[in-house]
Design a protein around this ligand. Sequence first.
Ligand SMILES: Cc1cc2nc3c(=O)[nH]c(=O)nc-3n(C[C@H](O)[C@H](O)[C@H](O)COP(=O)(O)O)c2cc1C
Length: 282
Amino acid sequence: MESVVIYDSMFAYKNRPSSAPSQLTTQYSQPFTLLHYPYIIQYPLQPIEMPHTPISPAILYFGTPVAILSSENEDGTSNLAPMSSVWWLGHRCMLGLDASSKTPQNILRTKECVINLPSSDMVDHVNALALTTGSDPVSASKQERNYEFVKDKWTRANLTPLPSSLIQPHRILECPVQMECELTMTHPMLQDLFGTSGPLYALEMRVVKIWVRDELRMDWYDNRIDPDKWQPMIMSFQELYGLEGRKLGLSKLGGVREEKYRGLAEVDDVKTAEKFGADALA
Ligand SMILES: Cc1cc2nc3c(=O)[nH]c(=O)nc-3n(C[C@H](O)[C@H](O)[C@H](O)COP(=O)(O)O)c2cc1C
């Protein structure tokens, strides 16, 4: 940890006595300061230790819900894929997916998928799907991480298909929340480095139908989910958690060494070094 004493902060500046200097000035002659600490001022209230250290983890999975996507294969069967780079705004949802996976290929072709949300007690189902792909042959990067091709992931994970109402891919009976979705926009990620045929996609989905188990609904309301009742499964750095902060057991994905994902971080490191100099990565 860097141990540099800094003098805090905008709070101190705003609350300075009227006799204190009113101009913002930097405290340091050290090279990093202005960029990262634009509000460091000379008027000190109290010295504090700098508690942060710059590091470069291979992955930045700080904690998002696990979803299981169901998408339709060319032959009309449906494929399942656990994923967690997912967030919602309104009735739109963004999915972050590895372009080599079967699921984005299915979604780009059919423009549809179901986003199923497993509850925190469904770890065994998620682990059964971990390190499997519906793509044959398995991509080189997935072979590196010991993935295997599995054609029928429903049987593999002991999950039950239910017909959807507006789209073709099936819902998963065991998941308490199921969202039927259609694709509205495709954003190839890392275009600045790879053009439009890069290794990742961000897919914008429109949620067209939402199914929830009755026991999750808020009393007295037609259209609300009770957050006291909903127990999502959260993935944080490849490990699986419930909202109470407890690890839910062994995560099969957690067996993959984080450094195996380093390649994607590295391409951006090159760009950072070009822009800010090699020292920026230190
Ligand atoms: C808990 C969990 C979370 C995952 N999150 C993602 C993710 O957000 N994006 C992604 O592309 N892959 C993610 N994966 C890996 C995919 O499941 C993997 O790429 C799989 O091969 C996709 O299946 P498919 O090729 O049949 O589509 C995750 C796996 C697990 C077990």
